[in-house]
Design a binder for this molecule. Structure first.
Ligand code: BGC
Length: 424
């Protein structure tokens, strides 16, 4: 263990992130329909899927209850956002990433909901008033039902609907905005929706997965072009998940697989987007070890969800992405940790990674922890706890700031000058 001195660039975004469907409650969209269709089945498979996790005895009641898989009220952030923003302010974070729920803004095709627009206007203005930079996501996996019924992003001609929604949002809110994330993790939308079948539409199809990926990237490019022409001060990018791909042994095949992984999962996408992005949104959760043809996740140290915990590897991801010569913003990183056992270490090591990358000359502009609040974790439902703020579902969704959040706040406070962090 050695102490290192860290200096942070001025204007660095220190924040946290959420997504509308995971926190707001009361949404009616492609996901809310899917939840009702699949909840019973998810509850039935819970023991098989999660039964070997150390946390199983604590979560088994919830995980085997179909209600767990229905977002319902989520954490009622749509109504309680001011209370949640109070915490952001208290923690001293200077930015906050959230998504706008398209199904609220345009519940019926072509009909704008004025009350929803005014809600988000007040929401964004409230962030601004508190000196918190809004980082707005346009698509975080949920779409209005009329859009999914038309085939969603499977059809190229439907991109125009998303573009119209994006234009509306940009016209309405651009005065209070700098940062826009167009698309959240197009890679996950395709793998989970069309290959693993854990997300809607849950139809196995490689051609559809490829079409959706292609259309989401084209949607990003079209929104980028519009946004920059409309207001060149807007800073527009897209977020993708980036794992640290590493050879698990010395074999040539293992090393070759790492190269292919990086080339096809990341570099090809970044090249396709080309100049039409102002930054890359980096979302880091995993380390993928290639053992020949096999892909393994480390399982010595795991989160509540069984995902391996190697936060220090964010550094490799950031350094590798330097080739694209684009600013990077860590738009998500975090872990499920109900008892806050490892979150502090995750925050410490991922922040150390960011700074090591900065010191090596990589242009990293921000770090947004996932998530501000415990929330509805998609196909897993309510039990995974990702939040800096814990939410008690048994007691009126009571919010409690976790100790790791206070640690994060202390790092941010000191970052104005010098922060000392213990480096592994
Ligand atoms: C998604 C979040 C999700 C997180 C943890 C990211 O891929 O953008 O919505 O909650 O991973 O699974």
């Amino acid at each position: 263990m050695a102490k290192r001195e860290f200096k942070w660039p001025k204007g660095f975004l220190w924040g946290s992130a959420t997504a509308s469907h995971q926190v707001e409650g009361g949404n009616v969209n492609n996901w809310s329909v899917w939840e009702l269709q699949t909840a019973k089945q998810r509850a039935k498979s819970a023991k098989r899927l999660f039964g070997t996790l150390p946390i199983w005895p604590e979560i088994s009641d919830l995980a085997t209850n179909p209600d767990n898989y229905v977002s319902g009220k989520a954490v009622d952030h749509y109504r309680r956002y001011k209370e949640d923003f109070d915490v952001i302010e208290k923690l001293g974070l200077n930015s906050f990433r959230f998504s706008i729920e398209w199904s609220r803004i345009e519940p019926d095709e072509g009909a704008w909901d004025v009350a929803a627009i005014e809600h988000y206007r007040a929401y964004i203005k409230d962030l601004r008033r508190r000196g918190i930079e809004p980082v707005l996501t346009l698509y975080h996996w949920t779409v209005p039902l009329w859009f999914s019924e038309k085939g969603g992003f499977e059809k190229a001609k439907n991109i125009a609907y998303f573009e119209r929604f994006a234009q509306k949002i940009i016209r309405e809110f651009h005065g209070d905005l700098h940062y826009i994330v167009t698309i959240n993790e197009p890679d996950t939308v395709c793998s989970m929706g069309y290959i693993m079948l854990e997300h809607p539409p849950g139809t196995f199809s490689l051609p559809k997965a490829a079409a959706v990926y292609y259309n989401l990237l084209r949607a990003h490019k079209r929104v980028y072009t519009f946004a920059k022409a409309f207001d060149k001060k807007l800073i527009v990018g897209f977020s993708k998940s980036y794992s640290y791909a590493v050879a698990g042994d010395d074999r040539l095949l293992s090393r070759l697989m790492v190269k292919l992984d990086n080339a096809f999962r990341d570099d090809m996408i970044i090249r396709f987007v080309g100049k039409k992005t102002d930054f890359l949104g980096v979302q880091f959760y995993f380390t993928d070890q290639h053992h020949g043809w096999e892909l393994v996740h480390g399982n010595k140290q795991i989160s509540d969800m069984g995902w391996d915990r190697q936060p220090q590897n964010l550094e490799h991801v950031l350094k590798r992405l330097a080739w694209c010569k684009k600013p990077l913003i860590v738009t998500e990183t975090g872990l499920a940790d109900q008892h806050d056992n490892w979150r502090k270490e995750w925050i410490e090591q991922t922040i150390a990674s960011v700074h090591n990358a900065l010191e090596a000359g990589v242009d990293v502009r921000g770090y947004l922890y996932w998530s501000l609040l415990d929330n509805f974790e998609w196909a897993y439902g309510r039990w995974p706890a990702f939040g800096l703020i814990g939410v008690d579902y048994e007691h009126g969704l009571k919010r409690t700031i976790r100790p790791s959040a206070l640690y994060y706040a202390a790092v941010v406070r000191k970052s104005a000058c010098i922060t000392k962090i213990t480096q592994r």
